[in-house]
Structures are given as structure tokens and as C-alpha cells.
Design a binder for this molecule. Structure first.
Ligand code: PLP
Length: 455
């Protein structure tokens, strides 16, 4: 096969490799991507580089995951060394030291008695693992009728059947049959009229947690295993928890003996200026999922951190019996464990969680001052090092929504951003400098000017 194929018939046609067709890309409009690819071949720190060598400012930390920036030497070296030393070992019935070391390090970072770490390979696996753990916990406690799982509208917990059933993003659910039986959903926490242009956590909306009382009244707490929410709903376009909302949720869960699960796949490892959002909000869930930032995304890894009482409830039977019939071939994969340990060292040595916290007000001011008054901007939401900008409508691009802005940002501004409907989303690496923040906002401003329809 020849290496290049020319698509289109004019002089501006894009040369793309032939084998673009074989890769069925995830969560991607495959045909438009392949007609005009946004391709990166290398990365370092705040930048990606296209195959032609053009720098692309990474305003998304990859996919909310490369928190320390890209291709960081200590992580690269740790993976190389590990691959040469122990490429793989099973974690079913055998162990390797770095798995235990990483679990202890993560448990030490997590607040309160979130002390036991179960490893998997992604956020989706982490979500399904946490949901299964919650059900199995009640079973172990002799309350096997507690199987219902409560999520939230607009929630994203990956793409496993548990995660999409509890999740609340309509297109992620609607094509996939009956889903998991016995789920229900809290309302989402966004109201533009009440919250528009809030910096950080909106003042309005804590009372929405009380909807859990309605769900309990409907189903009876005796049937409900757990409630799962993201402390900041990321994939749906950055919906920070309203002030006091998570505390209310915790209180209602305690009152009715329902487990609370925080999905911290995005908010874990510094995105909100603390190791976990749980710490920022002073609310400890019973189970906490993580992924992404744990290895700085240099190797796939996810996991669930369980509080002591959850873990201990499983440890009561005969000691030769498997306590939880769940796990993955690649749970605690040695390459991921090595990457995770090097990543946690880097976060500590560079004080990246503290840096993220210190940068938050500077970032928020830059985004709000630079974009709030742009024609067509309906709202800006921000918490930690995230920002989402809602646009009313698009010039010359009916139906294409924010894709037009993402494409323009990449090709014309040399910047990677994400989209969610008509919303632009930026979540830069935590190593971002003030000048990087300024550049991101300037580029966004030009993209919005070029693509958004003035009201
Ligand atoms: N949970 C949350 C909150 C996420 O944001 C994501 C991914 O963005 C996931 C779960 C799924 O993670 P993964 O894509 O690694 O399966």
C-alpha cells in the first residue's frame, strides 16, 4: 500500500496516510476527521507537534489527563526501566512490589480512611468496579436487596454498561438497549439563569441534592446501594458542584444508609487544586474512582479507593476464599505502576497540586476577563484549572456545533481544545504558566470571533 493518498480534488487537499480508514476512532466523527485530520505525532510539556512539526498548544491536558505535561523524563525513564525489568505479572494470586507501593502512596494521598486501592485500567473500568463493589458490599453485610444505583443527569462515568446506566448523557445511553436494571437519576445541577458567569462553585443549587430524598421515597432506601456523582461533571461541559451540594448529598446518604461514590477520574490528581476534589469540598465518599492523572496518562490505569469499613466488610469469610470476584488481567500492570510511582513523585517534587491551587484565580481571571464580553458567549463555567464557554450559535455552520471551533483552533491557532455540544472546553496541564494561560485565552478569543455568531 502506498503511504499517502490525496483526498479531495483541489490544490488545498490534505495528504493523509492510507491506513486512516482501518482505525475506527472512538467518540469521533470518523468521516469528517479522515477528510481533514487533526494529527499529532510527538509531545513535550505544554505542546503537541503535528507530523509536520507544527506546535499545538495543549489546552486539554490530552484528555484531562496529562496533568504534568507531556513526555516528562522521570516518567518515561521509569516506564523504560520497568519494561526491561518486569514486563508483566498477574495480580490474581501473585504480586509485584510496585503495585503495593503505589496503592500505599495513593491511599496516603486520599483523605480520611480511604485506605484500600483496587486497580484497573481506565475510568470506565473504575466506574463499573465501584458500582459492583457497592452492590457486593451490601451483600456481604447481609443486605442483598440494596442493589439500586443512583446517578445524575448529564453525569459521565465512562462507557461500560454500569457507567452508562448510571451516567446521564443521552447519546451515550440511547443506542444500547435496556441498560442495567434498577437505576435512577438525580437532576443535574446547572441552571444558566441562576448560575451564569459564576467563578468556581455556583451559589445556587445546593438544594438539588434534596432530590435524593424524593428518589428514596420512591424506591425505599432498603433497595438502594449507592449514589454516584462527579464532584465536577466534566464531559458534559464543566458543571461544578454548587456550594454545599456535595455535603448535602453526603448527609442524605448517611441518613438512609446509602453509599456515596465520587467519580474523580477527572478531578483526581490536582485538577481542582488538591489531590482529590473530596479534600477541596471536605466530603469523604465511601468509594472514590480515579484514572487519567494517576500515571499522567503515560500508561493506562484506573482504580477505586475504598474506605476502611467497605474493605473490611469483605474480609470476614474464610481466608482462603476470594473476597471479591472481580479484576482485570492488567490490574496493577507493572508498566502502569512504575508510571504511577514516577508521576506521584513528580507531582510532589514540583508541587503541582499546590501550583494548580495557586494558579486557579489567575486562570479564572484570564478566562473571564478575556472572553466574558465576546459576542455570542452565553456563559462561562470554571472551577480549578478548567473552563467551559457556551456559545449561542455558529457562523456558516448550521448543525456542526462547536466542532467548527475545535477544528479552527487546531488548524489555524495551533491549539487543542475539546467540545461538548455548543460548549468549548479547556483543561490545561497543571504546569501551565501565566503566559500559557494568556496564550490559551488569546487563541480562544480569536477562534470565538471567527466562528461564533454574535447575538
Ligand atoms: N469517569 C469520568 C468522570 C470521566 O471523565 C471519564 C473520562 O473522561 C471516565 C469516567 C471514563 O474514563 P476512560 O475513558 O478512561 O474509560
Amino acid at each position: 500500500t502506498s503511504a499517502l493518498r490525496v483526498v479531495g480534488d483541489d490544490a488545498s487537499s490534505t495528504a493523509i496516510p492510507n491506513d486512516l480508514q482501518a482505525f475506527w476512532m472512538p467518540f469521533t466523527a470518523n468521516r469528517s476527521f479522515k477528510a481533514r485530520p487533526r494529527m499529532v505525532a510527538r509531545a513535550k510539556d505544554m505542546y503537541y507537534f503535528t507530523p509536520e512539526g507544527k506546535p499545538i498548544l495543549d489546552a486539554t491536558a490530552g484528555l484531562w489527563c496529562s496533568n504534568a505535561g507531556h513526555n516528562r523524563d522521570p516518567i518515561v525513564q521509569a516506564i523504560q526501566k520497568q519494561a526491561a525489568e518486569l514486563d508483566f505479572s498477574p495480580s490474581f494470586q501473585f504480586g509485584h512490589p510496585k503495585a503495593f507501593e503505589l496503592a500505599s502512596r495513593i491511599a496516603a494521598l486520599a483523605p480520611n480512611d480511604l485506605d484500600h486501592v483496587f486497580f484497573c485500567n481506565s475510568g470506565s473500568e473504575a466506574a463499573d468496579t465501584a458500582l459492583k463493589m457497592a452492590m457486593a458490599y451490601w451483600n456481604a453485610r447481609g443486605k442483598g436487596a440494596k442493589t439500586r444505583l443512583i446517578g445524575r443527569e448529564r453525569g459521565y462515568h465512562g462507557v461500560g454498561f454500569g457507567g452508562i446506566s448510571v451516567g446521564g448523557i443521552v447519546p451515550n445511553r440511547r443506542f444500547f438497549g435496556a441498560l442495567l436494571a434498577g437505576t435512577d437519576h438525580l437532576p443535574h445541577t446547572y441552571d444558566r439563569e441562576k448560575q451564569a458567569f459564576s467563578k468556581g462553585e455556583p451559589e445556587w443549587g445546593a438544594h438539588l441534592a434534596d432530590e435524593l430524598e424524593r428518589i428514596v421515597a420512591l424506591h425505599d432506601a432498603a433497595t438502594i446501594a449507592a449514589v454516584m456523582v462527579e464532584p465536577m461533571a466534566g464531559s458534559t461541559g464543566v458543571l461544578p458542584a454548587p456550594k454545599g451540594y456535595l455535603k448535602r448529598l453526603r448527609e442524605i446518604c448517611d441518613k438512609h444508609d446509602i453509599l456515596l461514590i465520587f467519580d474523580e477520574v477527572i478531578t483526581g490528581f490536582g485538577r481542582l487544586g488538591a489531590p482529590f476534589a473530596s479534600e477541596r469540598y471536605g466530603v469523604t465518599p465511601d468509594l472514590l474512582t480515579f484514572a487519567k492523572g494517576v500515571t499522567n496518562a503515560a500508561a493506562p490505569m484506573g482504580g477505586v479507593i475504598a474506605r476502611k469499613h467497605i474493605h473490611d466488610a469483605f474480609m470476614t469469610g474464610p481466608d482462603h476464599i476470594v473476597e471479591l470476584f472481580h479484576g482485570y488481567t492488567y490490574s496493577a500492570h507493572p508498566l502502569a505502576c512504575a508510571a504511577g510511582l514516577a508521576t506521584l513523585d513528580l507531582y510532589r517534587d514540583e508541587g503541582l497540586f499546590e501550583k494548580s491551587k495557586a494558579m486557579e484565580p489567575i486562570w479564572a481571571d484570564a478566562v473571564f476577563d478575556g472572553l466574558k464580553d465576546k459576542p455570542g458567549v452565553l456563559d462561562i463555567r470554571q472551577v480549578g484549572l478548567t473552563a467551559a464557554i457556551d456559545i449561542a450559535s455558529w457562523k456558516d455552520a448550521p448543525g456542526k456545533r462547536a466542532f467548527v471551533a475545535m477544528d479552527k483552533a487546531f488548524h489555524d491557532e495551533g491549539m487543542m481544545i475539546r467540545t461538548s455540544g455548543d460548549c468549548l472546553v479547556v483543561t490545561p496541564p497543571l504546569i501551565m504558566s501565566e503566559s500559557d494561560a494568556g496564550q490559551i485565552v488569546e487563541k480562544l478569543a480569536r477562534v470565538i470571533d471567527a466562528t461564533a455568531m454574535p447575538a
